[in-house]
Design a protein around this ligand. Structure first.
Ligand code: NAP
Length: 258
């Protein structure tokens, strides 16, 4: 695969372009020329841009679909021909549904996250074997990959890793606010939380959550007291319910695109 055509010029398209620019020839298709030109400038002219038109040929192309699930219907009406590959990052849209809208020789659903901007996405993949190697190459350029065995698991991955940066932002903001409430300058509190998150990734890769908890929590210590407050605030069950409700919403979004 030498070329890719990305449909959509939003956050996710930009994140993916950051990872693959210079490795693939990139064409970005959008509906607003000023936004497309801005994007082209951000990548120093290294991407080609084109406006979508009523008769847009996808014939033989490798298409990466990066519009909102609600836009699938309108976008696909502009397409004609059969793509070589269709890579979709759309939350909730099944491969069967993609087939209803866009024809291709191989389909992949991918669920990256915003850390793709820094080459640190956690991307879940599911799809046709014929396209898996190319998907691993493509999404491997923007971070880590997990191949899932069941398509329905993609909705769960969406709820955890796709939405996760927003949930963790809430945690980071709350910890920062807590520092300010206890008397720290906001800038100092923010710096502490930034460092906490940066280091925690390494801890989590190398230790179980149980080990981490035990290494930090000493009897009757500050962590034990703080931890029990999180439990009485039902933080654990809130997160479990958060994933549950987000999975349901991913499935609903799939139906909304009809
Ligand atoms: N953001 C995330 O963290 C994340 C993570 C995982 C997966 N995703 C998935 O990635 C997809 C895109 O999300 P996003 O956050 O990048 O959304 P976004 O920033 O809103 O970008 C959507 C893009 O689609 C374009 N678009 C909409 N209708 C179009 C049409 N008819 N023709 C051409 N272009 C059209 C929009 O154009 P305009 O700019 O002109 O409006 C915009 O550039 C979604 O399906 C989402 O489920 C997102």
């Amino acid at each position: 695969m030498k070329k890719i055509t990305i449909i959509g010029n939003g956050n996710m398209a930009k994140a993916i372009i950051s990872g693959i620019v210079g490795h693939l020839e990139i064409e970005v298709i959008g509906r607003d020329i000023s936004k497309l030109e801005k994007l082209q400038n951000e990548f120093n002219g290294k991407i080609n841009i084109n406006l979508i038109n009523d008769n847009f040929s996808i014939d033989g192309k490798n298409i990466l679909l990066a519009v909102k699930p609600q836009n699938l219907n309108s976008v696909s009406k502009s397409f004609h021909g059969r793509a070589r590959r269709l890579f979709s990052v759309l939350a909730g849209i099944s491969i069967d549904k993609l087939k209803d809208y866009i024809s291709a020789d191989g389909y992949i659903r991918a669920m990256p996250n915003l850390s793709a901007i820094y080459g640190q996405s956690m991307t879940a993949l599911f799809g046709d074997e014929v396209a898996t190697g190319e998907a691993i190459f493509l999404f491997g350029r923007i971070g880590n990959i997990i191949e899932l065995q069941n398509e329905s698991d993609i909705d769960i991955a969406t709820a955890i890793a796709g939405s996760g940066p927003a949930y963790l932002s809430l945690v980071a903001e709350a910890l920062t606010d807590g520092g300010v409430k206890s008397g720290l300058k906001r800038a100092d509190s923010e710096k502490l939380v930034e460092g906490l998150f940066a280091g925690f990734g390494k801890l989590l890769t190398n230790h179980s959550t149980f080990e981490i908890k035990n290494m930090v929590m000493s009897p009757a210590g500050t962590t034990a007291y703080g931890y029990s407050r999180l439990e009485s605030g039902a933080v654990r069950s809130s997160f479990i319910e958060t994933i549950d409700i987000a999975v349901k919403r991913a499935k609903e979004l799939g139906n909304l695109s009809k």
